[in-house]
Design a protein around this ligand. Structure first.
Ligand code: FAD
Length: 319
């Protein structure tokens, strides 16, 4: 029996966005012949029903409270039980704090392999094929798996979630399985965040090394606020200490796919593009007409950002 097992996640009782994205990916694979979709979640049966509405054919809910700590070693036997129950030969999980540990742990336990930081998936010739960056982000590799189950940890925003459909039906079963924790969580400190999350923003205004100094970001924040968006940065700008690393876009940062991505003084290195190439509309503001970002953009403004951005702010304020 084949099929796909999605390891869904919830934060403070609400489904994490990655859960819907994984189900979006799983439905695509199901459409390509990979079999039915089972979702696994730690928590309540209500979450199981939400997963059905988001595209799962069946949900397995683990009600053991020990899983709430999201430790991979506690999850491992639970996921193995869900795998046996579902008969799946593909396992998808998020490239999250949990998935980063659980993926390799599960692959080791089952004597199979895991594709980490996966950005695309397809099912062809009876096999899962996962796409991931290689050579420091300068190329993409397509990998297939010799043994089942094929396991992939998927980067956030690589797939779109489907709109919830409450009329979808599917079975929700419960299990009560948990492994033993080898570490004790003493406390959880939430990351400080103000305004809209970069990954969820419909508009992202990002700045790069070409800003010249950190003060340039004040201008970008003003533009982003007017457009009800978030501010991002290239790694070069973050490495220089101009902007927080939590806002870095790219291969080693966040993946975003907003409706509008405004790249200000960013050259468009492949590692940066890996984090934003899925944006629906790219606007480049750059002095160099030959910059890679200018070539990738739908619209480009070739000039000094110090002239362009204030002019844009002024015009938008008039609207
Ligand atoms: P630059 O490449 O220096 O570009 C600056 C741009 O600003 C130029 O195009 C220039 O024409 C323009 N400019 C200059 N002055 C002005 C002005 N006044 N007005 C308008 N335009 C101006 N990078 C990331 O961003 N994210 C990642 O996650 C990431 N991961 C990496 C992982 C690895 C393993 C490696 C090796 C590299 C990674 N990088 C990443 C780094 C990446 O290769 C580039 O070095 C980086 O993206 C360059 O940043 P930048 O575009 O801001 O700077």
């Amino acid at each position: 029996m084949a099929g796909i097992l999605v390891i869904a996640e919830a934060n403070e009782g609400a489904l994490a966005p990655i859960s819907g994205e994984l189900l979006g990916a799983a439905r695509k694979l199901a459409g390509e012949g990979a079999g039915s979709v089972t979702a696994f979640i730690a928590g309540s049966e209500a979450l199981g029903k939400e997963l059905i509405a988001l595209g799962a054919d069946a949900a397995i809910v683990d009600t053991n409270p020990a899983l709430q700590g999201a430790l991979a070693e506690v999850y491992l036997p639970a996921v193995q039980a869900a795998l046996q129950q579902s008969g799946a030969d593909i396992v998808l999980m998020g490239q999250t704090a949990l998935g980063r540990d659980l993926g390799p742990m599960l692959a080791f336990a089952l004597g199979t392999a895991v594709s980490m930081e996966t950005v695309d998936l397809k099912y062809a010739g009876g096999k899962l094929i996962a796409t991931r960056a290689c050579y420091g982000g300068n190329a993409r590799a397509e990998v297939s798996f010799k043994n089942a189950p094929a396991i992939a940890t998927v980067k956030a925003k690589s797939f779109d979630a489907l709109a919830p459909d409450a009329s979808r039906s599917g079975s929700v079963s419960t299990i009560d399985v948990a492994g033993e924790a080898r570490v004790k969580v003493l406390g959880v400190q939430k990351a400080e965040s103000t305004g809209i999350r970069l990954e969820d923003a419909p508009v992202v205004v990002s700045g790069g090394r070409g800003l010249g100094d950190p003060s340039g970001f004040k201008m970008l924040e003003e533009l982003a606020a007017l457009l009800k968006g978030a501010t991002g940065a290239s790694r070069a700008a973050c490495d220089l200490g101009w902007y927080p690393p939590s806002q870095q876009v790219g291969l080693t940062g966040k993946v975003v796919s907003p409706n509008l991505y405004i790249a200000v003084a960013i050259s468009g290195a492949s590692q940066h593009m890996a984090g934003m190439a899925g944006s629906k509309n790219i606007v480049a503001i750059n002095k160099d007409p030959d910059a890679n970002m200018v070539k990738a953009a739908k619209y480009a403004i070739i000039d000094d950002y110090k002239k362009v951005v204030p002019a844009l702010i002024e015009e938008i304020k008039k609207l």
